[in-house]
Design a protein around this ligand. Structure first.
Ligand code: UGA
Length: 435
């Protein structure tokens, strides 16, 4: 196997994991980012995000000399044949993916191009962006050099990103150039992954279609959960029964407070925008987002009822366990926990919060909450204790002690994560979702 010279532009979640894991495959990788302070930290093995196993991989490859960090994009592109674009594509006000960062990087690549390059887009971008990047580079190149632009969407999950990279369900490569495809096959060869070659537009669509489908599954099971509550069924049993059917599958059938994170909500909105631009009304997907928003609100309603509150929550103390949008990450972007906390604060409740990893990031978006030192402090004097993120450690709390600390022994478990029977036996009023 040959070692390829790669450069990864953008050191967010996707960029950092991609760079470190490609180096781990034996390639020579330079990660470039404009943020000089971040680059300086990374160069000493300091990883600014919480991602299982990532720091180990970064350090191992730094020491082996296969991984470097730089703020000089020009030089990084110049010395690499494979150039990855892994920058942010945030939602704009209309839900459209904002391509400012991608366009800018394309122009920077154009300025630095000095020979054949494969430019690989891993950022989640609207259908047609491969062509757009191609055009920008063609127009901005000071002198002509051969290059190909490839779409290679990423399916990493936060929290398990390193494992997902090393053992992907599939690698999707969208390109019309055999030369670029050959390089991509060489790149992924050490992984013995299932590589699917297709055209760029279909590759771009695979990414949105996959995330929107998974989001649909979550909203579907949440809607079923809401129905289970009124008919007296248990959504866990229903999901178990459904999951045995291989056509449905067991995954992504966990009812909860709604989906969040930096991908599902944003990608659903972006796909809706793409549909609207092409005069297709994607009502199904509108419904998926609506169920999700309502699910956050339903959690606040449940808390209000459990706290025995009337129109507002003034005078009530609510303890929240978990702020991250799911466990094993410190990410609070579009986290259902943050929406619920904001709803409670708006209703006048005193809100005590604790998360094992996400406190720092939550502070930036959650004004008016009290950030506590641990789960027990968050239960202190609470009328209702609400589990919002399925951290393992919340399973193993001393609930006898929790009960003594609370004003009323009431637990809302929005992830159906705790042992309902054991808690009821202790004397708690326990409520889950869809049960
Ligand atoms: C998601 C996809 O799973 C990845 O394949 C994709 O690469 C990534 O987006 C992306 O586009 O970058 P991620 O956002 O890390 O990954 O999170 P997921 O594990 O998919 O969970 C998304 C949300 O759905 C979370 O809030 C989670 O709690 C919720 N969820 C998931 C449920 O409520 N129930 C489930 O059964 C599964």
């Amino acid at each position: 196997m040959g070692s390829l010279d790669c450069c990864v532009i953008g050191t967010g979640y996707v960029g950092l994991v991609t760079g470190a894991c490609l180096a781990d495959l034996g390639h020579s990788v330079v990660c470039a980012d404009r943020d000089e302070a971040k680059v300086a930290g990374l160069a000493t093995g300091e990883v600014p995000i919480y991602e299982a196993g990532l720091e180990t991989v970064v350090r191992r490859n730094l020491e082996a000399g296969r991984l470097r960090f730089t703020s000089d994009i020009n030089e990084a592109v110049g010395e690499s044949e494979l150039v990855f674009i892994t920058v942010d594509t945030p939602s704009d006000a209309e839900g459209r993916a904002d391509l400012t960062n991608v366009d800018e990087v394309a122009r920077e690549i154009a300025a630095a191009i000095n020979g054949y390059k494969v430019i690989i887009n891993k950022s989640t971008v609207p259908v047609g962006t491969t062509k757009r990047v191609q055009r920008i580079i063609e127009e901005a190149m000071p002198e002509y050099h051969e290059f190909d632009v490839v779409s290679n969407p990423e399916f990493l999950r936060e929290g398990t990103a390193v494992a997902d990279f090393k053992n992907p369900s599939r690698v999707v490569v969208g390109s019309d150039s055999q030369k670029a495809i050959d390089r991509m096959l060489e790149l992924y060869e050490p992984m013995s992954a299932r590589v699917m070659i297709t055209d760029p537009v279909s590759a771009e669509m695979v990414k949105y279609a996959s995330n929107a489908f998974l989001a649909t599954k979550v909203s579907y099971i949440n809607a079923i959960a809401n129905l289970c509550e009124v008919v007296g069924a248990d959504v866990i049993e229903v999901a178990r029964g459904m999951g045995h059917d291989e056509r449905i599958g067991r995954q992504f059938l966990m009812a909860g407070p709604g989906f969040g994170g930096s991908c599902f909500p944003k990608d659903c909105r972006a796909l809706l925008h793409i549909a609207r631009e092409h005069d297709y009304s994607f009502d199904l997907l509108e419904g998926v987002l609506q169920v999700n928003t309502e699910q956050h609100e339903r959690m606040v309603d449940k808390i209000r009822r459990l706290a025995g509150a009337g129109d507002d929550l003034a005078g009530k103390v609510i303890g929240l366990l978990g702020l991250a949008f799911k466990a094993n990450t410190d990410d609070t972007r579009e986290s259902p926990a943050v929406y619920v906390a904001r709803g409670l604060i708006q209703d006048g409740a005193t809100v005590l919060v604790f998360d094992p990893e996400a406190m720092e990031r939550a502070r930036e978006e959650l004004e008016g909450a009290s950030f506590m030192a641990d789960a027990y402090d968050a239960a202190q004097g609470a009328d209702v204790l609400v589990l919002l993120t399925e951290w393992d450690e919340f399973k193993w709390l001393d609930y006898g002690r929790v009960m003594e600390l609370m004003r009323c022994p009431v637990i809302l478990d929005t992830r159906n994560w705790l042992d309902a029977k054991a808690l009821r036996k202790l004397g708690f009023t326990y409520e889950g979702v869809g049960r």
